[in-house]
Every structure is written in C-alpha cells, then in structure tokens.
Design a protein around this ligand. Structure first.
Ligand code: NAP
Length: 477
C-alpha cells in the first residue's frame, strides 16, 4: 500500500494542482456577474484548500509545526478581521492582504537566494545547479526569477502598506518634494542594477540591501499618490503581487503557485487598465503625476436646500428619475431603504434607473454589491457609458452620498485635480437633488460645482434618515 502511495503521490499532487487551477479559473469566471459572484468565491476558496492540502504531501516538506502554527494563527486572524470589517473599509483590507501576499513572495525569493549562498561551494559553475527538490542551488533562470520576484513583491508590500495607511486616514494624502520623479527613478534603476549584479556576486549583504531598496521604492512610489487615484494603485499592486508569486512559483517549481500567481497578475492588470480607463488616466500619470488633495478654480454661488416633502413631490410627478449612489450610501447602509423608496416610485409609474460610476464608493463594484444586497433587479442598473446620454432627458437625478463621481469640474476645469476623469452627467438633468450630511468634500477633497448649480437642491442629512423622510413624503401623497 505504502509503495503504491509513494509511486502515485507525485501524480496525485499534480492532479490536485490541476483541479485547483480549474477551480480558480471557474471561480474567477463566476465572480464576473453579481448573481454568481458569491459562489465564485467559494469555488476559488475550495481550489485554494485543495492546493494547500496537496502541498503538505510534497516529499521534502519539513518544519511542519512552524507551518501549521502560521497557518492556524493567520486563518483565525483573517476569519475574525473578515467578519468584523465594514464594507466601507474593504479597500484597506484588500490593500493589507495584498501587501502580505507580495511580502511573502519577496521573502520566498530572498530565502531562495540565501539558500543558494549557503550552497555556493557545492553548486556547479557559480550558482548554477538545478536541484528542484531541495532548492539549495539555483539555475541561472531561477535566480533571475527569484530576484525579480523579490523586487516586485517588496514594492507591493511597502506600497500596499502605504495605500492601507492612506485609506485608513493614518498617512497624509500628499507627500511630494521637488525632483521626486527623478529621485524615484534613480532608486528604481539603481535597485534593478543591484539585482542584476546579484546574478554575478551573490553576497548576502547585497541581498539585504536589494530587499531594503525595493521596499523603499514601494514607499517612494506610493507616498505622492493621493485622492482619486488610490483604487488604480491598489489594483496595480494586486497585479504585482500575482506576478511576484508566479515568479517564486517558478523558483520553487510549484505549479499551483505559478497558476494562481498568473491568474492574480492577469486579473490585476486588467482591473488596473479598466480603472485607469474609467478615470481617463494613464498609468504613467497615476504613478508620476502625484494627483490628489485640494485644488481647482474657486466656485461661485450658493447651495440651495430642499425639504424632503418637496423633493418627494418632484420625484413622484416625474416621468424619469435616475438615482446615483455613492460612498455615502454605503456609509449609511441605506440600500434597503433606497429600494423601498424606488418601489413606491415604480408603483406610481415613474421610470427609475440606477447609474453606476466605475469608481463610486471605495472598491470596484461597491455600488453593484450594495444594490444587489438590497434586491434591486439588475435591469434597473446601468453603467456610466450606457446611461450618461440619458441625463438630459431626465426630470430628476437623485444623488445619494456621491460627490467626486458627479463633479462637473472634471469636464470643465483644467486646473482641477480630477480634470479628465469621466463623471456621470448629473449636471445635464433637468433637476438634481443631492443627499449628503453637510458641506463636506468627497474622497478627492475638492469642491463640487454641481452643488452650486441653479437647478440643484441639497437635501441634508444621513442618507438612511433622508431616504426615510422621502418615503414618508411619498406615502403622504
Ligand atoms: P465621495 O466623492 O467620497 O463622496 C462621498 C460623499 O458622501 C461625501 O461628500 C459625504 O459628504 C457623503 N456622505 C458620507 N457619509 C454619508 C452619509 N452617512 N449619508 C449621506 N452622505 C454621506 O464618493 P463617490 O462620489 O462615491 O466617489 C468615490 C471616490 O472614492 C472617488 O474619488 C474614487 O476615486 C475614490 N475611491 C474609489 C475606490 C473604488 O474602487 N471605487 C477606492 C478608493 C477610492 P458629507 O460628509 O457632507 O455627508
């Protein structure tokens, strides 16, 4: 029996990795639609479980106690934090976990390099020996993969931690100094040159310096980025982490790591492109433009207030209403109340649609998730490209806790930090009503010209409470 198991174990492990890969891909596919997304996460999770169990069967596994202790403690921590985290804090959590992944890949790469140093004497021709089971020596190609994995993984670790700090409000949104891009470029190229030198002289001190400089580069790259660009940065580091894991998968010759890393790398790259396109920003301008913070021309005029009863009348007698949800809806957790209000309007024969901006809220798909949770049918929800031409024929645009994504200065003020970012054309609607608590700015920290427009009214209050008052007003008609 034992012989049988020994003989077929490698095949069993490879088959498990193959099955895990199929589950990852199917899971990702299912995550692309709100209806199947929850199941997709379970499929991918089962894939990861299978890959993890199969890895324990590898013949050269040792340090079991340490591995199990790390696995159990991190599972408990992740479970508790996953349960406790508020939906609005999800981007910080993604940034943090993403950084951990990048850091792990970087440490694996560094360990492979240190192991190779220890066995240099026993390796043929400098560092070149392939012993895939012990990984004591590295082939030339594996060494390059290990070095690149350390570089990208360490950038992702420190960069994601800075992104976490910024989203959490612990780090000031802007950190710039003259000649910053030149200095960052110098550190980036210098670190790469040191990485290249490591292939010739694998000195442990240089490995440490290389690791440290890569971490520093992640800090330097992320500190100047602020405001509305943060979602693009987080998905970029997500792609970095995937690539780093994949490179280290080649070093360890572990198929599951290679495939999972490639999938994360590819998905992260596509998401980065999608987000950058949605904000009309090139990746270069995100990384080297240090956008964010305050700025833009001054806006004249005053904000006019409206009572909930009057707002309810405007909507009840409208032919068409477009609802624009934003971050404030998530903060107030007012999605269920919103759907209740929408149903009253639909029953009155009003044509109601929801307009979704790709970066509304604090994570990709944030608004879709909220609306799906409240049971809003998908055919009432439209993406920005599809609905933007319909605002001019709309009687009332109801903005709920959205700010940056409806700010017309993005179209009109070249001085504005969000100039060029596509926004929802709420300013083109016949009337607009904005629900927010006060005169606070949005994520980018700038004034919103929509709020001062002639045909705009402000309905002040927490979204949950304001919508409850609208419902009351509608029921009283
Ligand atoms: P936003 O620009 O951040 O504005 C949200 C508004 O909601 C604020 O002006 C705030 O005004 C109001 N608000 C907060 N709590 C509220 C409550 N309980 N009830 C009512 N209103 C409330 O939001 P957005 O228009 O959705 O734009 C998203 C921004 O976040 C963009 O700049 C985007 O780039 C950035 N971002 C997006 C992601 C992503 O992946 N989607 C990730 C990170 C950052 P008051 O304080 O006056 O109430």
């Amino acid at each position: 029996m034992m012989e049988f198991i020994q003989e077929y174990l490698p095949t069993l492990i490879k088959a498990s990795y193959f099955l895990a890969a199929i589950l990852f891909i199917t899971g990702l596919r299912r995550m692309s639609a709100p209806g199947t997304a929850r199941g997709g996460i379970v499929w991918a999770g089962v894939g990861m479980l299978i890959a993890t169990i199969a890895t324990f069967l590898l013949p050269d596994m040792h340090n079991m106690v340490l591995i199990l202790a790390a696995l159990v403690s991190s599972t408990v921590l992740a479970w508790i934090s996953g349960k406790k985290v508020a939906m609005t804090d999800m981007p910080q959590m993604v940034a943090l976990y993403n950084g951990m992944g990048g850091g792990s890949a970087a440490f694996i790469g560094a360990m492979a390099l240190f192991n190779a140093v220890d066995h240099l004497g026993g390796c043929q021709a400098g560092t070149i020996i392939d012993t895939p089971t012990t990984h004591d020596c590295l082939s030339g190609v594996s060494m390059i993969f290990a070095i690149v994995g350390v570089y990208i993984g360490a950038i992702s670790l420190s960069g994601s931690l800075v992104a976490f700090g910024k989203l959490q409000g612990w780090i000031d949104k802007r950190f710039t100094f003259p000649g910053q891009n030149f200095f960052n470029g110098l550190v980036g190229v210098g670190t790469l040159a040191l990485g290249l030198y490591l292939t010739q002289d694998l000195n442990p001190d240089y490995i440490w310096i290389f690791f440290g400089l890569s971490l520093l580069l992640g800090l330097l790259m992320t500190l100047p980025i602020g405001g509305a660009d943060m979602p693009v940065v987080i998905s970029l580091y997500n792609a970095f982490t995937g690539l780093a894991v994949s490179f280290e998968g080649f070093v360890l010759q572990n198929e599951a790591m290679i495939i999972a890393g490639m999938l994360v790398g590819a998905a992260g790259t596509m998401l980065t492109q999608h987000m950058a396109k949605a904000m009309n920003r090139s990746l270069g301008s995100v990384l080297f433009g240090s956008m964010g913070g305050s700025g833009g021309s001054a806006i004249d005029g005053e904000m006019k207030e409206i009572e909930a009863q009057d707002a309810a009348i405007q909507m009840a007698f409208a032919d068409r209403v477009i609802v624009i949800p934003g971050y404030g809806l998530a903060v107030a957790q007012a999605q269920h109340k919103l759907w209740e209000m929408t149903q009253i309007l639909l029953d009155r024969g009003v044509d109601v649609k929801f307009a979704i901006h790709p970066v509304a809220g604090r994570m990709p798909g944030h608004m879709n998730v909220l609306l799906a949770e409240a049971g809003v049918p998908y055919d009432l929800i439209e993406d920005m490209e599809d609905i933007n031409s319909q605002f001019s024929q709309t009687d009332v645009a109801l903005v709920i806790g959205a700010n940056d994504v409806v700010n017309p200065v993005a179209k009109t003020d070249p001085q504005s930090p969000i100039y060029g970012m596509p926004v929802l054309n709420v300013d083109e609607a016949k009337n607009s009503i904005v629900i927010k608590r006060g005169k606070g700015t949005g994520f980018a920290g700038i004034q919103n010209a929509l709020f001062f427009a002639e045909n705009n009214k402000m309905l002040y209050g927490d979204a949950q409470d304001a919508i409850a008052r609208l419902i009351q007003g509608l029921k009283a008609l």
